[in-house]
Design a protein around this ligand. Sequence first.
Ligand SMILES: [Cu+2]
Ligand SMILES: [Zn+2]
Length: 264
Amino acid sequence: MAVCEVGPAGKSCDGSSGDTGCTGIINFEEIDGGAATRMTYEIKGLTPGKHGFHVHEKADFSQGCASAGPHYNPHGKTHGAPEDEERHVGDLGNLEPGADGIAKGEIIDTLIKLSGEFSIIGRSMMVHADADDLGTGDHTEPGTNGKTSKTTGNAGARIACGEIKLLQPSTTVFASAPVYVQPSSTVYTSAPVYAPTVTKYTWNGQDFPSMEAVTAAMMANPAAAAAAAEPQESPKEEAPKEDAEQPQDEQKTRAVKPVKKGCC
Ligand SMILES: [Cu+2]
Ligand SMILES: [Zn+2]
């Protein structure tokens, strides 16, 4: 699970960090045992028409979105469409907003990874001012916007970006400490048994039952999303292994040990 909040200068969705007015949230979830990643996005404040949508190499926003580097391209390919063999890992095609300026949808991609050598965690999501021509446009002057199709898709200015961050699932642990009392009145105590029962997601100090609930909360409260821009430390609680020392042979134990009344 990962999340990315995008804003004009690599900041979160409070709209204070730039004047493009484009903000949004993208959630990432591994599916098919990590063979693919599902992205759900909701990007607001878009002008009509298509807007290039990419994973860029870095989450360096020291110069706003401009310092986030090129499209993430670990395999040395040229720019393309998401369905092309020849494409950057970061090439996710275009967003297309409705009349309300909101683009909302889902992308399933097999090159986008949340773990391993080519993980996109710690990289950035980018929304562009113009349509991505998917590598099929003018490439006569590489390096010049509008004529650099096989590198950038001629998608123009960078209007919103943000870091892709891992969202740690936290596990609620219910503990019980059963005490086994043997007929001999010798008391055996087992180690507590921990049973993880509920998986939840923690964001902004609150717990949510699902990624959808987290997204809804983020969209409902952009100011809090901005405040919670730093990743939350939520170390996973390890359920201790059950290694209760059960008496192996009650008869034998009794024979060896005298019965102790009131023993602890
Ligand atoms: Cu881009
Ligand atoms: Zn590209």
